[in-house]
Ligand binder design. Structure first.
Ligand SMILES: CC(C)(COP(=O)(O)OP(=O)(O)OC[C@H]1O[C@@H](n2cnc3c(N)ncnc32)[C@H](O)[C@@H]1OP(=O)(O)O)[C@@H](O)C(=O)NCCC(=O)NCCS
Length: 248
């Protein structure tokens, strides 16, 4: 049994990855984790976009996570609401007409290891079904910061037992469509599913999204603070949070 999908929400398909790359670049820029990992992303915007596309393709191809998308009416001036420079000239993504439905947000989460949930959905490992995407060169990635952040998050997740519950890996909503309840809709569907399975939901939340998760009933378990350095003086904050299935 699964909760009914809310209006505008569906499972992702291979065709969606180009748009998902755009949405996540525009959403993640300015977050603690993104700014920690990328040095001046707008100097190499095509590369950052290619990297974001690759992340979503990886999620679908690996087939270990559930990936839901949410659609809204396309707002043609959406790029003006983000500091990300979006250059789609190298990718085969056609902007829809104003008002047509377009993906504006997504969530991917890994159910606990014993869950049959992922196998029940439509991820495909057939690479021929995926649209062509530009090659990733990682020109603006700070490899040391990236490794440090990922290793720290991995260590925290392991110690706190994230693998025993649902684990939110990615949650994005394009800034032009913020504060319309899209992220809440996606997370709530997952919380309803977790209630059925009676498992805890975990997230290693970006420092700037703590308040959002708190509003959805998540509580802080631990704080991970990477001190700033000469490259990124602000450092990086990741908040380990959980939501228990008995919560409203
Ligand atoms: C965090 C994020 C997903 C929220 O998306 P959203 O669709 O705008 O959120 P919603 O409209 O569903 O908001 C739900 C509630 O959280 C609140 N909220 C949303 N973003 C918030 C923020 N940055 N700070 C404080 N409260 C916030 C809303 O006001 C709303 O509260 P209410 O219903 O009590 O009024 C979006 O800001 C985003 O994509 N951020 C960048 C990526 C990111 O940080 N992802 C999470 C990392 S794990």
């Amino acid at each position: 049994m699964e909760p009914a999908l809310p209006p505008g929400v569906r499972f992702a398909k291979p065709d969606d990855i180009l748009r998902l790359g755009i949405v996540s670049f525009e959403s993640f820029i300015g977050t603690d984790c993104f700014d920690w990992m990328w040095i001046d992303p707008n100097e190499f915007p095509r590369d950052v976009l290619a990297s974001e596309i690759a992340v979503w393709e990886d999620v679908l191809v690996k087939g270990e996570e559930l990936l839901l998308v949410i659609e809204d009416d396309y707002y043609p001036d959406e790029n003006s609401k983000t500091s990300a420079v979006i250059d789609v000239s190298g990718i085969d993504w056609q902007a829809p007409q104003p008002g047509e439905k377009v993906i504006v947000g997504a969530i991917s989460f890994e159910p606990n290891r014993r869950s049959p949930r992922v196998a029940n959905h439509c991820q495909t490992t057939d690479l021929s079904e995926y649209p062509d995407a530009p090659a990733v060169e990682l020109l603006a990635l700070d490899a040391d910061h990236y490794a440090q952040l990922l290793d720290s998050i991995k260590e925290h997740k392991k110690r706190l037992g994230f693998e025993n519950g649902f684990n939110i890996e990615l949650l994005v909503v394009h800034p032009a469509y913020h504060r319309r309840g899209h992220a809440r809709t996606l997370v709530k569907w997952m919380q309803d599913l977790a209630r059925i399975d009676q498992v805890t939901v975990y997230v290693a939340a970006d420092g700037k999204s703590e308040e959002f998760y708190a509003r959805l009933g998540f509580e802080v378990i631990e704080r991970l603070e990477i001190p700033g350095d000469e490259i990124t003086p602000e450092g990086c904050r990741v908040i380990m949070m959980q939501w228990l299935p008995g919560e409203p």
